[in-house]
Design a protein. Structure first.
Length: 429
């Protein structure tokens, strides 16, 4: 609603400016007309001066005496013109400029009338008389020139500027009219589009309300869904416990130590997965499972499984509070593989050892993990880069499921660093 008000204000300003321009132009036209009439009046005064010279000659050759009347009429005409056009250039000074010449001419005319006949003095007086008349005409011509230059020409130039302003105003008004017409068209189009959108939104709202009503009638409540999901996790955990029991039962039937070790590793992997579902069942937030609680249970189960007789020092630094099930399952299996290898191979004939586990970052921004031990280390790094065992192959596969790369670090023992691809890209950038 703002642009119609702006358009109305702009139109008002244009109208006011146009009225002001017309008013000023009329004033200029009136002044130009007045100065044209003044020029005609000055031409009349110049003609009267010429007639006055003729009257002087006529009075010299006849007994008629028209000089006083003609001279009085001329003086009255000059005075009246000066009063009528006193604001025009040069008119205030015209009476003072022409009066001395007329006075001298009147004296010379009287002197010529009093002489008995032609003489040398009479001829000289006649010459001076003509000079006075010419001087009076010169004063009138000078005033005429001032009226032309300072009045008529200046007002004509100003009137031309006013005409140019009027042309610019007209062109601008036309452009604004075109613009307003275009804006009106755009507004009508937008109103039509908005009306159609409103109808579509109304239909969509009705459909959405109907769908929500149907869903509300058919869907379970949030609490019911959470109870159901927890129950599913609990049943999965129980099923995995059954799988563990079956594997242990089968393991009791095997006498070969190597085969028993393979069964034990399988049990540990199933335990790691079962532990995730157990923690999910116990957690209040199904999408965020506490990492520290899960890790504590996992390492305790591994210590029990491998009957570790070494005094363990746990170097644990965890800044990640919670993870989802999708991230915790592969992470738990990877931790299970690395820590199991540490318990089995890292501390032969040693009384103590250190297990490292550092986890930082977040699931959304990327994880960074350092895990391992300060034991004897790998005999060869080729086994890591070209895995030829199920455990090492699992480590690389689980790292890929976490969208990360895993590297074997230099230094004492066997330590791995897992770095998410998100953090790697950010580090390169």
């Amino acid at each position: 609603m703002r642009w119609p008000l702006a358009a109305a204000l702009l139109a008002t300003l244009f109208i006011a400016y146009g009225i002001s321009l017309v008013s000023r132009s009329r004033e200029l036209q009136a002044r130009i007309g007045q100065e044209v009439r003044l020029l005609e009046e000055l031409n009349g005064i110049s003609d009267d001066l010429h007639q006055l010279s003729l009257v002087h000659r006529a009075d010299m050759g006849s007994q008629r005496y028209n000089w006083p009347r003609r001279l009085g009429d001329l003086r009255e005409r000059v005075r009246a013109a000066s009063e009528r056009y006193q604001e025009s250039p040069g008119m205030a000074d015209l009476p003072q400029a022409i009066a001395p010449a007329l006075h001298q001419a009147d004296s010379l005319h009287a002197l010529a009338r009093s002489s008995a006949g032609p003489s040398r003095d009479t001829n000289m007086a006649e010459a001076v008389f003509q000079i006075m008349i010419a001087r009076a005409k010169k004063a009138v011509d000078r005033t005429t020139s001032e009226v032309h230059e300072q009045g008529l020409s200046a007002h004509t130039a100003t009137l031309s500027d006013r005409w140019n302003e009027a042309q610019v105003l007209l062109v601008t008004a036309c452009l604004l009219a075109v613009l307003m017409a275009w804006l009106v068209g755009v507004r009508d189009k937008l109103l039509l589009v908005s009306r159609l959108k409103a109808e579509q939104l109304s239909i969509a709202k009705s459909n959405l309300e109907r769908t929500n009503h149907e869903l509300r009638e058919t869907m379970l409540s949030k609490e019911e869904k959470e109870v159901m999901i927890k129950e599913i996790h609990h049943r999965v955990k129980n099923n995995l416990q059954i799988v563990k029991s079956l594997i242990r039962f089968q393991m009791d039937q095997v006498k070969d130590a190597h085969t028993q070790e393979l069964f034990n590793e399988c049990v540990n992997r199933v335990s790691a997965m079962a532990l995730v579902h157990e923690q999910t069942y116990l957690s209040k937030d199904l999408s965020n499972i506490p990492v520290d609680s899960y890790l504590d249970h996992l390492i305790r189960d591994l210590v029990y499984a491998y009957s570790v007789n070494v005094r363990l020092n746990m170097d644990i630094d965890i800044s990640v509070k919670t993870l989802s099930v999708d991230a915790l399952v592969p992470l738990g299996l990877l931790i299970n593989e690395v820590i199991s290898n540490s318990f089995k191979y890292a501390f032969p004939e040693r009384e103590s050892g250190t297990i490292f586990f550092h986890l930082h970052g977040s699931e959304s921004e990327g994880l960074r993990m350092r895990i391992g031990d300060d034991g004897v280390g790998l005999k060869s790094r080729d086994g890591f880069h070209r895995p030829n065992s199920l455990g090492m192959d699992l480590i690389h596969t689980l790292a890929g499921q976490l969208d990360a790369d895993i590297h074997l670090l230099d230094g004492p023992g066997t330590q791995y660093e897992l770095l998410s691809h998100k953090l790697s890209k950010r580090k390169v950038a």
